[in-house]
Design a protein around this ligand. Structure first.
Ligand code: NDP
Length: 791
């Protein structure tokens, strides 16, 4: 056959990449590798496991299983190295990261081939996507190390970071984790996935070549038991995890109350929405990238196709024809589109889930795309499940394989409703030529990333991460750096004194007539329980009574907050006006608030005045911030823009400290509502009367009903109800270590974002501790919107 004939027929002809160098590298280690601890490879006599090539079943290497002792050695090495690493100038750290980027670049093909051998992904993808993006990450973060002193001077590193990564993008996930952690001045212990540890160990060699100080990067191999030991190690200051939602939930529970910082990048079931005016051929190619890239083993894979009903037949016809042209086979073959599934266990899960979809009533389309010798490997064809309904398991559960489910919609509103009908919120892709429509949809989609007329775009300068059960925290860019740092003042916080309110029965005197109520949905409500508590002054004398809130009151408050959804879409200018108005009305009643503070806390008039003054000032600050906490546009290596916007969480629970009955309430509530959240507030347990007075201020300040809801009662009991509630999207808790632990543990159910004080005392009288950007960051989540441009 001539080249001319080949060009005419475009017939398949294998174009295999040589694996000689990768095999030589394995041979130099005699197929046996060790952990990388304190700058050296460490032999282990204990339990081992084998790493396979999923395309052939061949064993590539034997690796040691890290037990608790090994994890401890690695953490100790990282701990010992951390102060020295953090003390280096940003420029010195930048030079190390730059060296790692250069070394990766020099050995790019070796990494690509080894990754393909170990994971089964097509060489075209490891060569053109995984490795270049990993390199880009080190370059970008060399830049952050260089600029950290100027740009992030108010922050300091956290210490030792435990990092646990999955098998779908082994080196890329390593780069996403290690580069920002080192740039910020932390040291790391990283555990790659059991199936795919080889490129991490090759990277460890580069750390030696770059002469990285011993202990700065430590890599331990092993399965989930090693991961769990790392999570539980007391000297680890943060866990950064990417993987399944189930394991993410377990890690949330295991770290509860430990004070460890946590970011979770979890699963997804991302919608790929095609409107009738889209460039359909472009959308088909986008879909190939969305679901058949990396065998569909991608957390943000566009695994749910939503296509507008009037073009569904035409579009699905194009999709089927395109699927028939895909080639599944030897991942080292450059003519292959879909390689091998990472492991037989994963392959079986995919088969089971597809069988379940068919049993539920889905129609199966599965062209025969296998080429070459695939008998011994874990191969699975590109798969389309048609006539799927939102209630089907395959429409709700992550399949993590090359399986697309298809549904249709009629209107944009219906598209949004179906797209959001999932517990996940990682990414979404929207295809339309109508810019108005796409930009209208982007904020309505519950996802951390929205791609307009594109899909699976990533860059080190932009933020990536999810909402809902796709986790919290962001990787990439400035936001990603901040996840590896903490405000300097946080290391100097003292301990909070937690007091319990008295439980004396309500007094049978005048004060009963003045029993303040709760404030729910803009109305004063009596407590469901029918019980009241006496509130005493600093000398223990009764000064009033408040209702004792219960589960039902919290549920009513959450429902009211959920209904006030228009607040989250309101203009920031309007929110600012209302915050100014609240401040104005508080100012008008300052004397009354001063004496109430004195009465409850026994503070001097001067101290009480200061608290009221600061409360008014803080309201002004957040009125000012409402239209100034802007997102950013990012310079990305494509003809397009990536915009990051700050979005409110939605419904937030806020549990206030006892100290500062008024200032505590305002310092926590004002930033949350300024950013567009609706809140359910549990005020100071011992001194709630400033909060119940304050709702009268809210009532006269044009604040829409349901934006702020106040329920008094036992702090920890009510916090528990908020933490358990599925419609609460985020929770701030200022209270004891035990209370923080309980809140974090319970929040694992829907993986809500939490900020807990863990028994620490924030001195709210000091501006750096009581207001500013850190509060606003915690009150929002970043959404990144990508849009390519050009004809
Ligand atoms: P896991 O979430 O189990 O694995 C991710 C990482 O966590 C691995 O390094 C794993 O170790 C480790 N790990 C496992 N258990 C624990 C634990 N208790 N404590 C700490 N670390 C732990 O994902 P799987 O690899 O098992 O895949 C299962 C499913 O998860 C897939 O079918 C897919 O649906 C989803 N998934 C999602 C990913 C995403 O990026 N969103 C990535 C990978 C999988 P080891 O692998 O060695 O057991």
């Amino acid at each position: 056959m001539t080249v001319k004939d080949l060009m005419a027929s475009m017939d398949y002809g294998p174009a295999p990449e040589s694996d000689t160098e990768a095999r030589e590298w394995l041979a130099t280690h005699a197929g046996k590798l060790g952990h990388f601890i304190n700058g050296e490879f460490v032999a282990s006599d204990g339990e081992t496991f084998s790493s396979h090539n999923p395309a052939t079943g061949e064993i590539l290497a034997q690796l040691p299983q890290a037990d608790a002792g090994t994890v401890d050695r690695a953490v100790q090495a990282a701990s010992a190295a951390q102060p020295g690493w953090a003390k280096l100038s940003g420029h010195r750290r930048a030079k190390y990261l730059y060296a790692l980027a250069r070394l990766l670049q020099k050995h790019a093909r070796l990494f690509a081939v080894l990754e393909t051998l170990d994971n089964g992904k097509p060489i075209r993808e490891s060569r053109d996507i995984d490795i270049p993006l990993a390199i880009r990450h080190f370059y970008h973060h060399a830049g952050w190390a260089q600029l950290a002193e100027q740009e992030l001077g108010d922050y300091q590193p956290l210490g030792v970071i435990g990092q646990i990564i999955p098998w779908n993008f082994p080196l890329l996930m390593l780069a996403w984790k290690i580069a920002p952690a080192l740039a910020a001045g932390n040291t790391v212990v990283l555990k790659p996935a059991e199936y795919t540890s080889l490129t991490a160990l090759l990277f460890a060699q580069l750390c030696q070549q770059a002469k990285l100080p011993p202990g700065t990067v430590n890599i331990i191999t092993g399965d989930g038991r090693s991961g769990a030991a790392l999570v539980e190690h007391p000297d680890v200051n943060k866990i950064a995890f990417t993987g399944s939602t189930d394991v993410g939930r377990r890690i949330r529970e295991a770290t509860a109350g430990s004070g460890k910082k946590l970011t979770l990048e979890l699963g997804g079931k991302s919608p790929f929405i095609v409107f009738d005016d889209a460039d359909l051929d472009g959308a088909v190619e986008g879909l190939v990238d969305a679901i058949w890239f990396n065998q569909g083993e991608v957390c943000c894979a566009g695994s749910r196709l939503l296509v507008q009903e009037n073009i569904a037949d035409e579009f699905l016809g194009k999709v089927r024809r395109r699927m028939e042209q895909l080639r599944v086979g030897n991942p080292l073959d450059k003519a292959i589109d879909i390689g091998a599934i990472a492991d037989p266990v994963q392959l079986q899960q995919i088969k089971d889930k597809v069988a379940q979809g068919v049993a539920e009533g889905a129609e199966l389309f599965q062209p025969d795309c296998l080429v070459g010798d695939t008998d011994q490997g874990c191969f699975y064809p590109p798969t389309l499940l048609l006539n799927v309904e939102s209630s089907f398991t395959v429409a709700q559960e992550e399949i993590f394989g090359p399986v697309l489910v298809s549904m249709s919609f009629r209107t944009p509103a219906e598209a949004v409703a179906i797209a959001n009908n999932t517990r996940y919120g990682l990414a979404a892709s929207v295809w339309t030529e109508n810019i108005n429509l796409s930009l209208d949809l982007a904020p309505k989609l519950k996802a951390g990333v929205v791609w307009i007329n594109c899909t699976n775009q990533f860059d080190a300068a932009t933020s990536f991460g999810g909402v809902r059960e796709s986790g919290f925290g962001r990787e990439g860019g400035r936001n990603g750096m901040l996840e590896y740092m903490q405000p300097r003042y946080e290391t100097k916080l003292g301990s909070m004194t937690v007091t319990k309110a008295g439980v004396a029965p309500a007094q049978d005197d005048d004060s009963i007539d003045r029993t303040p109520k709760f404030y729910i949905g803009g109305k004063q409500c009596r407590p469901d329980s029918g019980y009241s508590r006496t509130i005493t002054d600093a000398n223990g004398e009764p000064i009033g009574a408040v209702g004792k809130g219960n589960r039902k009151d919290i549920r009513n408050a959450v429902e009211a907050a959920a209904k006030a959804e228009a607040w989250s879409r309101s203009a920031s200018h309007s929110r600012a006006q209302i915050l100014y108005y609240i401040a104005e009305n508080l100012d008008a009643r300052r004397r009354e608030f001063v004496s109430r503070l004195q009465q409850q806390t026994g503070q001097t008039k001067g101290q009480a005045r200061k608290e009221v003054e600061l409360s008014i000032s803080r309201l002004f600050s957040y009125a000012a911030w409402a239209d100034k906490f802007d997102g950013a546009t990012h310079t990305i290596p494509m003809r397009g823009i990536a915009m990051s916007v700050h979005e409110p969480h939605g419904v937030m629970g806020i549990v206030c400290p006892d100290e500062f009955p008024l200032l505590g309430l305002i310092s926590l509530t004002a930033p949350a509502i300024a950013m567009g959240n609706r809140v359910v507030v549990i005020p100071s347990e011992t001194c709630p009367l400033s909060a119940t007075d304050f709702y009268q201020v809210l009532d006269t300040s044009d604040l829409p009903g349901g934006v702020v809801n106040i329920v008094c009662g036992d702090r920890d009991e009510l916090a528990g109800v908020l933490a358990d509630h599925y419609n609460v999207d985020a929770l701030w808790y200022h209270g004891s270590v035990e209370g923080s632990a309980a809140v974090e543990r319970a929040s694992a159910a829907n993986l809500k974002y939490t900020w807990t004080s863990c028994g620490k005392r924030y001195d709210l009288l000091r501006r750096e501790q009581g207001e500013g950007r850190d509060y606003l960051r915690r009150a929002t989540q970043v959404k990144t919107i990508w849009a390519p441009y050009g004809e």
